[in-house]
Design a protein around this ligand. Structure first.
Ligand code: HEC
Length: 397
């Protein structure tokens, strides 16, 4: 294994584990908050805000939420911040290892915009930093009346998605929207939520009231994080599905899926307060699934009746243009990142034909950077063979 691949693997592994710890915690606390009950016997206890009983890991757990009086602060208080901090930091390193070190191959798509690799990296970094700045200023200055900042935040996310899709390769664009979201969530934790919790602890120690504005702001930001989770995880997963980021209208696809997943989360939150919650979840699921189904059916080609293209022709083209990377015995060093997609045998070629069509015919982003100088006529031959059924026994021209 090459050093760079090893670093990629270890970072990814770490990133996913840290992410599970972070999002798992935050989902659990959300769920706890919504399921607290107040038994009559405790309703009048000062500072009591609710309790919950659970069974897990071979025992019963009783959790109580409460305000503390001065002097009641326990000796050991657990904080939750490194799960988030480490997820973000490992994510940024991954971004550098996977994208910024290979900007020419993975960030730039000449069909989208004719950028130099360095410019593409600057666009990426600029959008990440800029988005956090705008979002934070908007909520700090206008947060008291949430309607406007909510609208501005939606416009910001929409605009960022569109801008990235118009400048970077589809895959890099999606991942950068993900990093923008992850950075907003991390900024929320470290610059708003944690300071508010520190202020709460300090106020409890000194017996003063906590500044209500701080608490309100932290609540707002943690609601944002709650809604941003599902879109962020979709983006992480989507990287392995080229028909999402590779679609001609990839930014619309992403916005619809993000909206649908926020809708599902909203419905799940409503479950505790509104009987119509399942309608919200249902409509969102239908919207999201419809979009994904559209993508799958859009890539099923119609049958082509022009003269048959032989498999030998196709095999020859793949041999010249693709097997330098996509083979068990590749000759190009970029082959290490093909994720084991190889076109050596007729069976392998036939079973991957729709993906070959998507990348070499529709998107034209394979061969990578057209390193092997594939021609338009060859792409057309591939298309015809696939649209004629992609038969590995085909004879003809
Ligand atoms: C210079 C090396 C190189 C050449 C030549 C090349 N590829 Fe790729 N290919 C890659 C890399 C790297 C990846 C993984 C990254 C990606 O998906 O963009 C990949 C991924 C793919 C995938 C998998 C994506 C998926 O859907 O999961 C397909 C399909 C593909 N290439 C088709 C082709 C075809 C068809 C050709 C020839 C016409 C070709 N490639 C030539 C480097 C190459």
């Amino acid at each position: 294994m090459r050093l760079e691949e090893l670093v990629d693997l270890l970072l990814r592994w770490f990133h996913v584990i840290a992410g599970i710890l972070w999002i798992g915690n935050s989902m659990l606390f959300n769920w706890l908050d919504r399921n607290l009950v107040t038994p009559a016997s405790k309703a009048h206890q000062p500072g009591f805000q609710g309790e919950i009983w659970m069974v897990h890991s071979g025992g019963f757990y009783q959790v109580e939420k409460r305000q503390l009086a001065p002097g009641q602060l326990p000796a050991q208080l657990h904080w939750f911040k490194w799960q988030n901090g480490l997820t973000w930091i490992s994510g940024i390193f991954l971004l550098m290892v996977v994208y910024y070190l290979h900007a020419a191959a993975f960030m730039v798509d000449k069909q989208v915009a004719d950028l130099t690799p360095a410019t593409a990296v600057y666009v990426g970094i600029g959008v990440i930093v800029g988005s956090w700045f705008v979002y934070d200023v908007v909520w700090r200055t206008m947060g008291k009346l949430p309607r406007w900042p909510t609208l501005l935040t939606l416009l910001l996310l929409g605009g960022v998605t569109y801008l990235l899709a118009m400048t970077l390769s589809g895959r890099a664009a999606y991942m950068h929207v993900g990093v923008v979201i992850g950075t907003i969530m991390t900024g929320n934790v470290w610059t708003v939520i944690l300071p508010s919790q520190r202020a709460l602890v300090a106020a409890t120690e000194s017996g003063k009231e906590q500044d209500a504005a701080l608490g309100l702001r932290a609540k707002q930001r943690s609601i944002h994080n709650n809604y941003l989770t599902f879109p962020l995880i979709f983006i992480m997963v989507s990287n392995h599905f080229p028909s999402t980021w590779g679609d001609n209208h990839n930014w619309i696809v992403l916005l619809v899926i993000m909206a649908a997943s926020v809708g599902v989360r909203y419905g799940m939150n409503l479950r505790y307060s509104h009987p119509g919650w399942y309608a919200m979840v249902g409509v969102s699921l239908v919207l999201g699934l419809f979009t994904l189904v559209r993508l799958t059916t859009a890539s099923t080609p119609p049958f082509d009746h022009s003269p048959t293209v032989s498999f030998a022709t196709v095999d020859g083209i793949l041999g010249n243009r693709c097997r330098t990377c996509h083979s068990a015995r590749p000759t190009d060093e970029l082959a290490k990142s093909t994720n084991g997609v190889v076109f050596d045998t007729p069976e392998q070629i036939a079973s991957l034909k729709l993906r070959i069509r998507a990348r070499a015919v529709e998107l034209e982003n394979m061969p990578l950077m057209n390193k092997t100088a594939m021609t338009a006529a060859e792409r057309e031959l591939l298309r015809r063979w696939i649209d004629q059924g992609g038969n590995p026994a085909a004879t003809g021209e």
